[in-house]
Design a protein around this ligand. Structure first.
Ligand code: ASP
Length: 309
C-alpha cells in the first residue's frame, strides 16, 4: 500500500508579498489547508485519486480567494466563462468543460464526464444544459462575481485603454486552482478549474480544459495541473510534455517540470506554475512568478505557502 499524496495550487498570480496583508495571507493559507484536508480525507479512507482531486478543487472553487467557481475572473464582456478538466492515470479517462456559464462547481461536471464513454469535453451552453439534465447545481452567472473581480476587470480595461496591458501585475492576470494525487492503490489523477484571465476575450478557452496542456495524469509517470498563460501551455502541450520526458527519456519529475516552467515558459515570456506528483509520490511545485498559492499533504505532513519561504 502506498502512502497517499495530495498536492494543490491556487494559481501563480499570487498577491505580491509587499501587498499581502496578514489577513489575506491567513485567509489564503487557511483555504489551502481546507482544500488539502478535504482531498486527503478521501485518500486516507482508501478513495480514488480522481475523487480526491475533485474534492480539493471543489473547496477552492467555493472560495473567493481563488479564480475558479465563486470568485472567478470576469471576461471582457463582464461575465464569467469557466473551464475545468479532470483525468485519471490508470485508464486515461478524462472529462472537461469549457466556457461554462452556470455550473456551480465545474470540476464536478468534468468528473462526471470522465465516467462517460463520451462526450469528453462539452462547451458553453451545452455544458450547462448537460449538467442541468444530469442533476448538477446551476446558478445565475452573476453568482460568481465578487467586488474584487469587478475591480480587477475595471483595472484591466483601463490598462487596455491606456495601452499598458503588458505591465499588468500577475495577480490581475492569473489564477486557477488545481490538484494532483497519488492514492493508496498507486493510481494518479489531476484536476484543474479556472475563470481564465481577467478581461479575456469572450469565447477564449485556455489550457485548463485541454487534456495534455493544463491537466494530465498517467500512472506510469505523473499527474500535472498547471496555472499561467494558457496559450503557452497549449502550444507546448505542457502536461503531456512532462509525462513524455519522464517516459521516453527517463527524466525525473522535478527536472522535467522545472525545465518546462523555468526554461520553456520563461523563454516564451509567460507567467506559469504547476503542481505535480509522480508514481512514487514525489511532489514538485515550480513557478516563475512572484508567488503561487500551493501546498501538499502526505501522511501527517502538511505544507502550505504563497511566496518563497
Ligand atoms: N491557465 C489559466 C488560463 O489560461 C489562467 C491562469 O492560470 O492564470 O485560462
Amino acid at each position: 500500500m502506498t502512502t497517499p499524496v495530495l498536492a494543490i495550487h491556487g494559481g501563480c498570480g499570487a498577491i505580491p508579498k509587499a501587498e499581502l496583508t496578514p489577513e489575506l495571507d491567513l485567509a489564503a493559507r487557511a483555504a489551502l489547508e481546507r482544500a488539502l484536508k478535504a482531498g486527503y480525507a478521501v485518500l486516507e479512507a482508501g478513495g480514488a485519486a480522481i475523487d480526491a482531486v475533485a474534492e480539493a478543487v471543489v473547496v477552492m472553487e467555493n472560495d473567493p480567494v481563488f479564480n475558479a467557481g465563486y470568485g472567478a475572473a470576469l471576461n471582457k464582456g463582464g461575465f464569467h466563462e469557466l473551464d475545468s478538466s479532470i483525468m485519471e492515470g490508470t485508464t486515461g479517462r478524462a472529462g472537461a468543460v469549457a466556457g461554462a456559464r452556470r455550473l456551480r462547481n465545474p470540476v464536478l461536471v468534468a468528473r462526471r464526464l470522465a465516467g462517460e464513454a463520451d462526450p469528453l469535453l462539452l462547451i458553453g451552453e451545452a455544458a450547462d444544459a448537460w449538467a442541468q439534465e444530469h442533476g448538477f447545481e446551476t446558478v445565475d452567472n452573476s453568482f460568481f462575481t465578487t467586488p474584487s473581480r469587478q475591480e480587477a476587470l475595471e483595472r484591466m480595461l483601463e490598462r487596455e485603454r491606456q495601452g499598458t496591458l503588458a505591465a499588468a501585475p500577475e495577480r490581475d492576470k492569473h489564477g486557477t486552482v488545481g490538484a494532483v494525487a497519488l492514492d493508496r492503490h498507486g493510481h494518479l489523477a489531476a484536476a484543474t478549474s479556472t475563470g481564465g484571465y481577467t478581461a479575456k476575450p469572450v469565447g477564449r478557452v485556455g489550457d485548463t480544459p485541454i487534456i495534455g496542456a493544463g491537466t494530465w495524469a498517467d500512472d506510469r509517470t505523473c499527474a500535472v495541473s498547471g496555472t499561467g498563460k494558457g496559450e503557452l501551455f497549449i502550444r507546448r502541450a505542457l502536461g503531456h510534455e512532462i509525462h513524455a520526458r519522464m517516459l521516453y527519456q527517463g527524466t525525473p519529475l522535478e527536472e522535467a517540470a522545472h525545465a518546462m516552467i523555468h526554461t520553456e515558459m520563461t523563454a516564451l515570456g509567460g507567467g506559469a506554475g504547476l503542481c505535480a506528483v509522480d508514481h512514487e509520490g514525489n511532489v514538485t511545485l515550480p513557478y516563475n512568478t512572484e508567488g503561487m498559492y500551493r501546498g501538499w499533504m502526505k501522511g501527517e505532513e502538511l505544507y502550505v505557502a504563497v511566496h518563497e519561504d
